[in-house]
Design a protein around this ligand. Sequence first.
Ligand code: SIN
Length: 308
Amino acid sequence: MNLSTTIAGVKFPSCFMNASGALCMTREELLALGRSRAGAIVTKSMTVEPRSGNPEPRYYGFPGGSINSMGLPNLGYLAYAELIPELKQFGKPVIASIAGLCEDDFLTMARVINQANPDLIEVNLSCPNIPGKPQIAYDPVDSERLLKRVRPLIKVPMGVKLPPYFDPAHHAVMAEVIGRCGVDYLNLINSVGNGLVIDPKRETPVIKPKGGFGGLGGSLIKPVALANVRAFWKLLAGRIPIIGTGGVVQGIDAFEHVLCGASAVQVGTVLVEEGVGVFERMERELEAELSSRGGRLVEDYRGRLKEL
Ligand code: SIN
């Protein structure tokens, strides 16, 4: 069985990898991903300055999902630029995720991170957790201007991580933006922003930042993630590879993402819960899924959802 995949010309030994944010902030966490069965090492979304992030508690897992408002805790882009050569020694792709707090931050980071030569750079336009900063990708005009400015600075394949959209008109507008900006792959979706989970016993939210509002992840967001993968896959006619993120808890979830059009999948909530051993389990489960259908390659099923 072969679970390898190719995205924007870069070969991944496995189609499973960590979602940015899950166990990928420190050097130790990134090295553990390198040693694991993950098909890539994805960094925490970095900012220009190191950040300690939002006040705790800022992550809460519950049956069916999680809510977080981490607030981009990270080491700062210069630290990740230094780490990238070490991470590349594991012989699997390194994806550097950048998340500016303003447009110029993206340019500052893109210049330096590009020189560190990760295999791909992912422009995160969708963090929902910075108080006072809207998710950039909910504004197509701002997104297009930013992507057109950053694109010439990035010489490796450039991906974009988008938030979920909930209306076909918004899928269509953003697909047009993506088509005009030289984007090499999409990562769909970031957490479903600004949910609210409450502890009725204590009569409080379960996390502290932003009055308890945070990004939802895990099983409960799978239908939203699948819909976004499918919508962009169809609008872009399969021309731009997609990493499916959201609700990947078992091998069958990965298979569903692939049917919708994903070339690879990322694991967030369940990686935080289970640790890096999750990748081996997912591989086994997806292999069983494919062989029960007589298939051998992820590619054989990509986009092949049979609509009724
Ligand atoms: C966070 O650090 O708050 C999450 C990052 C993201 O959703 O992009």
